[in-house]
Design a protein around this ligand. Structure first.
Ligand SMILES: Cc1ncc(COP(=O)(O)O)c(C=O)c1O
Length: 370
C-alpha cells in the first residue's frame, strides 16, 4: 500500500474508533466544560460548608439511610436508578435532619420548639425536641388525619389545632411562641432546616459518587435547596432536577417565568396525592431553585400513583406519594427526552418519606385492585 493510502486507512480507523466512543466522550466533555452554576448572593445564608457542618452535627441523631437499587425500576427508567431511602429515616422522612439541625443551633437551649405543620415536619420537630430534652408545640390544621396527630403526640409534643389555612397556622404559631417563649422553626425556609436537609446529599454523594443526575421532590423547596447548595459546590456538573405534582406546579412555573409565582387562589392550593409537596417556595428556597436547580419535571396524579405502587410492589418499600413523585419523574418520558440514558446512565432519586394512612392508601392508590 502506498504511504498516502496507508495514512488514509489509519485516519479512517481512528475516526471509527472515535465515533464508537461518542456518547461517553460527550458526557465527559460536558462534565469538564460544565457551565459553573450562577452564584447565589454573597450573603446567602446556606453554603456548602454549612451543609457539611450540619451533616456532622445531625449524624449522631439520625440514620445514615441506605442507597438501594432495583432491576425492575431500572427497566422502567431505561437506566440505573439509585434510591436514597429516607423512607427508612427516623420519623419516616428526611425532615428530622433539618429539624434536628435547627434545634441544635438555637441560641436559647431551653426554649420550646414551635412550628406549624400538618405532616412530616411536625413529627420531626416533636422527635428533635424529645432527643434534646426540649418541649415542642405543634400547630396542626383541624383537618390533619388522626394518624398524624397520634404520631406527633406519641413523641410527646403539645398540639394546638387551628383552621386549615396558612394564615390561621402562622397566627396560631406566633401566638404560641409568645405564650411559651418558644422558638419558631419554619418547615422549609429556615436556613438551618435547609442546611440540615442538605445532609442527604452529603451522604448520597459519598455512597454513590458516580451519579450523573439527582431527582428530588419539591414542596417548599427546603430539601432540594439543601441538596443543590451542597451538590453544586462539590460537583457543578451533576444535574439537580426537582419533581413536582402537575397540580401544584409553582416551582416549574416560577422557574420558567424567572420569578416566584403562587396560585391565583392564594392560600388554597390544589389537592394532590403527594400531600407533602403542597407547599410553595419561600424567600430562601426560591433563589436556590432559580440559580442552582437545573430543571423541574412535573408529573400527573396517575403517574404518582403508579410509581408509588411500583415501589411498594417491587422494592417492598412503603413510600408515600410525595416520594412516588420523584420516582414518576425518573421513569417518565419527559426526563428520558431531556436527559437521555446514554448521557445520564446513573440517576439518584430521593425516596423522601413513607408516612401515610395505610387504610386510606389502600382505598385510593390500590382502589382498582379491589
Ligand atoms: C415526604 C416529603 N417529601 C418531600 C417534601 C417536600 O420538602 P420541601 O418542603 O422541603 O420541599 C415533604 C414536605 O413536607 C415531605 O413531607
Amino acid at each position: 500500500m502506498d504511504p498516502a493510502a496507508k495514512l488514509l486507512a489509519v485516519l479512517a480507523s481512528v475516526a471509527v474508533a472515535y465515533a464508537l466512543t461518542l456518547p461517553k466522550r460527550r458526557r465527559s466533555l460536558g462534565r469538564r466544560g460544565a457551565k459553573p452554576p450562577a452564584p447565589l448572593p454573597a450573603d446567602f445564608p446556606v453554603t456548602p460548608a454549612k451543609v457539611l457542618a450540619a451533616s456532622k452535627r445531625v449524624a449522631p441523631h439520625v440514620h445514615r439511610t441506605p442507597v438501594l437499587t432495583c432491576g425492575c425500576l431500572d427497566a422502567a427508567a431505561g437506566r440505573r436508578l439509585h434510591f436514597k431511602c429516607e423512607v427508612l429515616q427516623k420519623t419516616g422522612s428526611f425532615k428530622v435532619r433539618g429539624a434536628t439541625n435547627a434545634a441544635l443551633l438555637l441560641e436559647d437551649a431551653a426554649s420550646p420548639l414551635v412550628t406549624h405543620s400538618s405532616g412530616n415536619h411536625a413529627q420531626a420537630i416533636a422527635l428533635a425536641a424529645k432527643l434534646l430534652g426540649r418541649d415542642a408545640h405543634v400547630v396542626m390544621p383541624d383537618t390533619a388525619p388522626a394518624v398524624k396527630r397520634a404520631a406527633v403526640a406519641g413523641y410527646g409534643a403539645h398540639i394546638t389545632l387551628c383552621a386549615p389555612t396558612n394564615a390561621a397556622r402562622a397566627e396560631a404559631a406566633a401566638a404560641k411562641c409568645a405564650e411559651v417563649g418558644g422558638s419558631f422553626v419554619h418547615p422549609s425556609d429556615d436556613p438551618d432546616v435547609i442546611a440540615g436537609q442538605g445532609s442527604v446529599a452529603v451522604e448520597f454523594l459519598e455512597q454513590a459518587p458516580f451519579l450523573d443526575a439527582l431527582i428530588v421532590p419539591v414542596g417548599g423547596g427546603g430539601l432540594v435547596s439543601g441538596i443543590a447548595v451542597y451538590a453544586k459546590g462539590l460537583r457543578p456538573d451533576l444535574k439537580i432536577i426537582g419533581a413536582e405534582p402537575a397540580l401544584v406546579d409553582d416551582a416549574a412555573r416560577s422557574k420558567a417565568a424567572g420569578a416566584r409565582l403562587g396560585f391565583a387562589t392564594g392560600d388554597v392550593v390544589p389537592d394532590t396525592l403527594a400531600d407533602g409537596l403542597k407547599t410553595l417556595l419561600g424567600d430562601n428556597t426560591w433563589p436556590v431553585v432559580r440559580d442552582l436547580v437545573d430543571d423541574i419535571i412535573t408529573v400527573d396524579e396517575a403517574e404518582i400513583a403508579d410509581a408509588t405502587k411500583l415501589v411498594w410492589g417491587r422494592m417492598k418499600l412503603c413510600i408515600e406519594p410525595s416520594a412516588g413523585a420523584g420516582v414518576a419523574a425518573a421513569t417518565g418520558a419527559a426526563f428520558r427526552a431531556r436527559y437521555p440514558p446514554d448521557a445520564y446512565p446513573n440517576v439518584g432519586v430521593v425516596l423522601c418519606g413513607g408516612n401515610l394512612d395505610l387504610a386510606k392508601a389502600a382505598k385510593t392508590l390500590f382502589a382498582e385492585a379491589g
